[in-house]
Design a protein around this ligand. Structure first.
Ligand SMILES: Nc1ncnc2c1ncn2[C@@H]1O[C@H](COP(=O)(O)OP(=O)(O)OP(=O)(O)O)[C@@H](O)[C@H]1O
Ligand SMILES: [Mg+2]
Length: 471
């Protein structure tokens, strides 16, 4: 019996997944067991079109775009929560920024993975214009799936009630322990889900809370602040074939209103099969992807609230990789192992400042250490290709060690390279060319390199200091 959507079954037995419209997905080779659906199906979860239609409609706008692809990875992640290591739990992701930046459109895009309905103003999403009780009900309706809450600026009837609702809601949405609500009969017990919220002002700014509560909130929530100036924008660039970003956003909105509900279903169809065939194997694969994400970004070493927040990226990464493997997020949309780390880098250098950037650079440099060469061993200038085959030249100066890294290598290897290096230049770790136009790189010294190569000059001593100071 399923009293709400999501996974239903018994440990060691067969697991089914019940979609929000009451459709039951069971393993193919198992004789049908009867699952009684004991909740009111929600029509917004009725899918429209085929998976291929959804993919073809989204592709022109989302292919290769960092934030759009990320929200789709995140949208596919909630059914993994119950299979992931126990330290992975409910979390929120918010997109904040000025009006007309495509925040709601991105949130609706994510919602379209599970739901839609052109007759609803918020399509597959829900509105913040609601009560705490209603949000708890929505948690059950979106169990093991994605809940999207649009327009936090509409929450509450006054600034005070708005703050109260949002603060309580964040803690509720990021917890899995529920309670039976007498009178309403609503049971939110154990609902696992991820939430995407949109607002103009970041929720943390909107709330007036003590630093301790703020720290707790930030562990539960990842905030992306989009702006025209960047570094974080709703779209990296105007999608191919559109006259403007605005046209692309409007086309996306039409696409979302036409096709929806199929990717989430495809994800659970596959997960149900894999879980039935070999659940331990599936449970091993998820932490493997998580570990890979940590290796790419160094996020595994983050302490405190930032470390917990980083789990949202790690889980989205795991879901994105599986969805890629299973043909749900097409290859043409870009490499998950580039896009998710890139967004993480943008977020990390936005919230963690130079220390966040230092961590990313360190995670990138450490595995290349064996391919550094010592400047003292360079008797005559290296040919360009020989220099590029190294991971950098280590120069010991009186003030400390400096690493010269070929710039094309770092650009292609380090997620969010430009933003990371910019933050580190301001912190005195990266020394670019001074002059009228400050640059991040400088010319490679002729003594070492025979050719017009540009390098990043990285002060390793200052990098270490910055990492030790924490930030
Ligand atoms: N990135 C963008 N570039 C240009 N125009 C955009 C962009 N994003 C949105 N728009 C325009 O703004 C309209 C509203 O988009 P959307 O609802 O997603 O914005 P929003 O960021 O949620 O705004 P608000 O803060 O007012 O809710 C779109 O239909 C489009 O015309
Ligand atoms: Mg909006």
């Amino acid at each position: 019996m399923a009293d709400r959507p999501g996974w239903t079954g018994t440990p060691g037995g067969t697991w089914h997944y019940v979609l929000g419209d009451g459709a039951v997905v069971g393993p193919r080779d198992v004789p049908p067991t009867e699952v009684i659906v004991a909740f009111e199906p929600d029509a917004k979860f009725t899918r429209r079109g085929k998976l291929g239609d959804w993919q073809a409609a989204m592709e022109p706008v989302v292919a290769g775009q960092t934030l759009p692809v990320f929200v789709l990875c995140l949208a596919l992640a909630p059914p993994l929560l119950t299979l992931a290591p126990p330290d992975f739990g409910n979390q929120l992701c918010e997109i904040a920024g000025p009006s007309g930046h495509g925040k709601s459109t991105l949130a609706f895009l994510a919602a379209s993975v599970w739901a839609g309905d052109p007759a609803r103003e918020t399509l597959g999403a829900e509105s913040w214009l609601t009560t705490l009780e209603a949000i708890e009900r929505q948690m059950a309706v979106h169990a093991d799936a994605l809940l999207v809450l649009d327009e936090a600026n509409k929450a509450g009837s006054s600034r005070k009630t708005q703050r109260e609702l949002i603060e309580k809601a964040i803690f509720r949405l990021s917890g899995t322990e529920g309670k039976a609500r007498h009178g309403t009969g609503v049971e939110v017990s154990g609902a696992r889900l991820l939430t995407i919220s949109t607002s103009n002002e970041p929720l943390a700014q909107l709330l007036k809370v003590t630093p301790a509560v703020m720290e707790a909130l930030q562990a539960r929530m990842v905030t992306f602040e989009v702006s025209w100036e960047g570094p974080l924008r709703a779209f990296d660039r105007v999608p191919h074939g559109f006259a403007s970003e605005r046209k692309a956003v409007e086309a996306l909105l039409r696409a979302i209103a036409t096709y929806y509900g199929t990717p989430g279903r495809a994800m659970v169809v596959r997960l149900v099969q894999e879980r039935a065939a070999d659940e331990p194997k599936l449970r091993r694969r998820i932490p493997q992807f998580i570990a890979h994400f940590y290796k790419l970004t160094g996020a595994g070493d983050l302490a405190g609230s930032a470390g917990r927040a980083a789990k949202l990226f790690a889980l989205a990464y795991a879901a994105g990789r599986l969805a890629r493997e299973w043909g749900i997020l097409p290859e043409a949309w870009g490499m998950i192992s580039k896009l998710v780390p890139r967004l993480y880098a943008l977020w990390r250098s936005a919230v963690g400042g130079a220390a966040g950037a230092a961590q990313l650079l360190r995670a990138h440099l450490d595995p290349t250490r064996e391919r550094w060469i010592d400047a003292a061993s360079v008797k005559s200038p290296l040919k360009l290709e020989d220099f590029r085959a190294t991971a950098g030249i280590l120069v010991r100066e009186e003030t400390g060690s400096v690493l010269l890294v070929p710039s094309p290598m770092l650009r292609s290897g380090l997620p969010g390279c430009l933003e990371v290096m910019r933050a580190l230049r301001d912190a005195g770790v990266v020394e670019g060319e001074e002059g009228q136009q400050r640059k991040l790189t400088r010319k490679a010294p002729r003594r070492l390199v025979d050719g017009p190569e540009r390098v990043y000059r990285i002060r390793l001593d200052r990098l270490d200091e910055l990492l030790e100071s924490g930030g």
